[in-house]
Design a binder for this molecule. Structure first.
Ligand code: NAD
Length: 496
């Protein structure tokens, strides 16, 4: 069956050739420098928009607007009013969801025919909309002599700089805006330059809400506005999602006013397959946990540890999945794996394909850039399965952020725990076994912020998400995802 593409699929209204501006204090403005940068369709290498290249001066304006909103009208919104505005936001996001997905097809390269895993933007905002009316303090009995009453309240931290990557721009934007609105903070969103069109469209949707100007500001550009936010003395918190290296730079820059940080960083997650696992479920899931979104997934299970008795069979099954995947233009409804996001990223992933091959791995599937026909214009690589990988090889230790699985054999439970944990990262892990006690032991032993047992890539707005070690700290989603945006204040009151 051929799916007919609509005009909206081919030409989303938002990608209309106009220059994209910054959202500051409720108004769309060009960068003060007047500079723009092209946004490129990664399937074809063609520019599709010019975006404002924001800098330090733009960040100054945005921080001032966010501060004015925080100190002013937004502060006076009651919890119920915040909830109401968020429910309206959820409704508008739902109404415009298809358009947002289409924009990412063109701007980021996500395939038009592939459903996004997890919750929708509407689900996430509706979940967070339940929080404003449930942010409680405590009355705390003290033991001092005299008449003293003590209690705590929780207050919004203030102005937040939210810096996001490009690999899932709609979710990343929503995961940052929803807790800001729920907690009563204000924000400056800094999307990644290579995929910022859907965040800008969400900025337009925000404009339709009954929100004071300056609650949500958006400054596009490269590293400069991100670094300016991290160092800015007027910013109270940075909520960052991106690579561990940038996370370290942000931590250093944030020292100036010791601003609060939450860091969602990179990973090199182990996915461990025991011989007693249901291989019909494990093999396709373990494969798509690496190849989905062209491997541009922070929690991708890229170190696949397979128990020796099923090692060869499992590699053959993963290779079969990899070879069978349709790689193509993200606008082709048959495409399952789209391009990498940019030429620069293509170079990075290709360098790991070369490193893997030159270090002596067995290439069970893929292994190369795709240079055939039309795809040569875009940024495509083959879904790749490297077998017989050693723990100390770069392809087993470093985050590639492409569709590259490194498969390693193991013999015992204790051994695989030690090897799986021997990494600077700690974002996620997977375990596949039919033995319930072993599943429990493994989930306790693995040093990662998320452990999926007989499943992978499950997300829900009520369930916290975040890493250990160099995968960062602080949680998104769930009750903890709101706490990250709140300060606790204790009050002592003499009552006589
Ligand atoms: P990146 O760290 O290069 O960039 C992320 C964002 O930070 C971008 O907006 C970028 O412009 C900005 N930035 C760059 N330099 C900066 C600086 N010095 N100060 C402040 N901001 C700066 O990451 P990327 O290449 O855009 O994204 C891929 C990375 O993101 C991977 O490591 C991936 O694992 C990680 N990621 C993590 C999660 C998670 O939740 N843990 C989710 C998605 C992606």
């Amino acid at each position: 069956m051929t799916t007919q593409l609509t005009d909206q699929d081919l030409h989303p209204a938002f990608i209309d050739g106009s220059d994209k501006k910054l959202l500051i204090g409720g108004e769309w403005k060009p960068a003060i420098s007047g500079k723009t940068i092209p946004s490129v369709n990664p399937s074809t290498g063609e520019p599709i928009a010019q975006i404002a290249d924001g800098g330090e001066a733009d960040v100054d304006l945005a921080v001032a607007a966010a501060r004015a909103a925080f100190e002013g009208p937004w502060r006076r919104f009651t919890p119920a009013q915040r909830q109401r505005v968020m429910l309206r936001f959820a409704e508008l996001l739902d109404r415009n969801h298809q358009e947002l997905l289409r924009i990412d097809v063109h701007d980021m390269g996500s395939p038009i025919g592939v459903a996004r895993p997890g919750s929708t933007p509407r689900d996430t905002v509706e979940y967070f909309a339940g929080w404003p009316t449930k942010i409680y303090g405590q009355t705390i009995p003290n033991s001092l002599p005299g008449e003293l009453f003590s209690y705590s309240v929780r207050e919004p931290v203030g102005v937040v700089g939210s810096i996001i990557p490009w690999n899932n721009p709609v979710s990343a934007t929503i995961w940052k805006i929803a807790p800001v609105l729920a907690s009563g903070c204000t924000m400056i969103l800094k999307p990644a330059d290579v995929a910022c069109l859907s965040p800008l469209r969400i900025g337009e949707i925000i404009q339709e809400l009954d929100l004071p100007p300056g609650v949500v500001n958006i400054v596009t550009g490269g590293a400069e506005p991100g670094a300016a936010l991290a160092a800015h003395l007027g910013v109270d918190k940075i909520a960052f999602t991106g690579s561990s290296g940038t996370g370290q730079a942000i931590m250093r820059a944030a020292a100036g006013n010791l601003k609060r940080l939450s860091l969602e960083l990179g990973g090199k997650s182990p996915n461990i397959i025991f011989a007693d696992a249901d291989l019909d479920a494990a093999a396709p899931m373990a494969s798509m946990a690496v190849f989905g979104n062209t491997g541009q997934v922070c929690v991708a299970g890229t170190r696949v540890y397979v128990e020796r008795p099923i090692y060869d069979e499992f590699i053959a099954r993963m290779a079969q999945v990899a070879d069978g995947l349709v790689v193509g233009n993200s606008l082709d409804p048959a495409t399952q794996i789209g391009p990498l996001v940019s030429e620069q990223h293509l170079r990075r992933v290709s360098s790991y394909l070369d490193k893997g091959k030159s270090s002596g791995v067995r290439v069970a599937a893929g292994g190369s850039q795709i240079r055939d026909g039309d795809l040569a214009r875009g940024f495509f690589v083959q879904p790749t399965v490297f077998a017989d990988v050693a723990d100390d090889m770069p392809v087993a230790r470093e985050e590639i952020f492409g569709p590259v699985a490194s498969v390693l054999p193991f013999d015992t439970e204790q051994e695989v725990i030690q090897r799986a944990n021997d990494t600077p990262f700690g974002l996620a892990a997977g375990v596949w076994t039919r033995d319930g006690q072993r599943a429990l032991r493994m989930s306790q032993a693995l040093r990662a912020g998320i452990v999926w047992v007989n499943s992978y890539l499950k997300f829900d707005p009520a369930v916290p998400f975040g890493g250990y070690k160099m995968s960062g700290y602080g949680k998104e989603l769930g009750a903890q995802g709101v706490d990250e945006y709140l300060n606790a204040k204790t009050v002592w009151m003499a009552t006589s």
